[in-house]
Design a protein around this ligand. Structure first.
Ligand code: ZN
Ligand code: ZN
Length: 365
């Protein structure tokens, strides 16, 4: 019992219970009008993006620089998401990246879904957490201010503001609605969304860039996490401001950063060169093919389909190896590969992976 983190546990459990009981009861008795929906959406976007764009990509990874109005906004609404201060959040997150899938990883997925999701928050750390890995944030006066006044800021911006806005619209019934819908329900939704990044994003999806850790890419998770679901890319290239790096991938956090850049509010957006990303994809595809090859039965027992498949995989592996050679020597010589060439290699890579999937499913059936 000494290890239970009581304030966090009581907050997480009571908000969850209220969101599942009091909020639906309010909706049943008074209904939820357009104003309350708008309030929910506004606070959902402000606090959700403050976590993904602010706490995560700006403060934890320094993937771009932001002027003070942006930093102030994400610190205020980050507090309103009730996920602690930016300094504490970033410290935990930097430990996660440095020690991913090991004991020092605060949300180590090897300890199970619930631990990585929210279980780790319900207990205290074995030893007091060192803030040595966030010295840059400790020297930022705005971050220090948020850390110092975190509790009043969180309650004022997270519960006080939606309650007051609800009251302005419809008196005390509006105030109650603002509190339950724009406050309680929204806090629970945004928190669960963040928790999914630490749990399901290490369980569901593909590993197109690296097999080094459990992080995975999933468009489904990206839909629920403002684009953070492309977690395999993120763990491989953590300083890139994009998580969904492909143009068609759902990444509203990336789009918001891009827009703020256009408005002159953020700058120095970090991007990993396309060649390096392609090289990671080629290496991962080669490893995937090698692992399939090792599983295809060989010798007398090999059926005709398996033999043809074996041969095909060898050819694909050889052409990927040639492309990999070409891309790595371009990177070493600091030469850019032409856009046409990049597109052609990507097309071949996609084709190879599609063949791999098809062959594996034919052999499995
Ligand atoms: Zn992760
Ligand atoms: Zn990260």
């Amino acid at each position: 019992m000494n290890r239970v983190n009581w304030p966090t546990s009581i907050f997480l459990i009571s908000t969850l219970i209220l969101a599942l009981t009091a909020t639906p009861a309010y909706a049943f008795v008074y209904g939820i009008d357009w104003y309350l929906w708008l309030l929910f959406l506004g606070f959902f976007l402000a606090t959700g993006l403050s976590i993904t764009l602010g706490y995560h990509r700006l403060f934890s990874h320094r993937s771009f620089q932001a002027k003070w109005p942006v930093r102030f906004f994400v610190l205020l609404f980050g507090a309103a998401s009730f996920e602690g201060s930016a300094i504490g959040w970033a410290a935990d997150h930097r430990y996660h990246h440095k020690h991913v899938d090991h004991d020092e990883d605060p949300y180590d997925i090897r300890k199970g879904f619930f631990h990585a999701h929210m279980g780790w928050l319900l207990v205290k750390f074995q030893a007091p957490r060192s803030l040595d890995n966030v010295k840059d944030l400790l020297s930022d006066p705005l971050c220090r201010w948020q850390d110092k006044y975190l509790v009043p800021l969180a309650f004022l911006a997270g519960f006080g503001l939606p309650t007051a806005l609800g009251a302005l619209h419809a008196g005390w019934i509006g105030a109650l609605g603002g509190f339950l819908v724009g406050g309680i329900a929204r806090v629970v939704v945004v928190q669960q969304m963040t928790f999914f990044i630490n749990s399901l994003c290490h369980m569901i999806g593909d590993q197109p860039y690296s097999f080094r850790c459990t992080a995975r890419d999933s468009w489904l998770m990206a839909l629920f996490t403002f684009g953070e679901g492309y977690h395999n890319f993120h763990h491989e290239f953590q300083h890139d401001y994009r998580n969904g790096v492909k143009p068609w991938q759902w990444d509203p956090t990336k789009w918001t950063i891009w827009l703020l850049n256009r408005l002159g509010l953020v700058s120095n957006l970090k991007r990993v060169p396309s060649e390096k990303i392609l090289l990671a994809e080629l290496v991962a595809a080669q490893q995937r093919i090698a692992s399939h090859l090792s599983r295809v039965p060989t010798g007398e027992s090999m059926c005709r389909i398996a033999a043809a498949w074996h041969e095909c995989l060898h050819q694909v592996a050889a052409s990927l190896a040639a492309y990999r050679e070409e891309v790595s020597s371009a990177i070493e010589e600091k030469k850019r590969i032409s856009q046409e060439m990049l597109l052609m290699i990507r097309r071949e890579l996609r084709l190879a992976l599609a063949q791999l999937k098809l062959g594996a499913s034919i052999l499995a059936s």
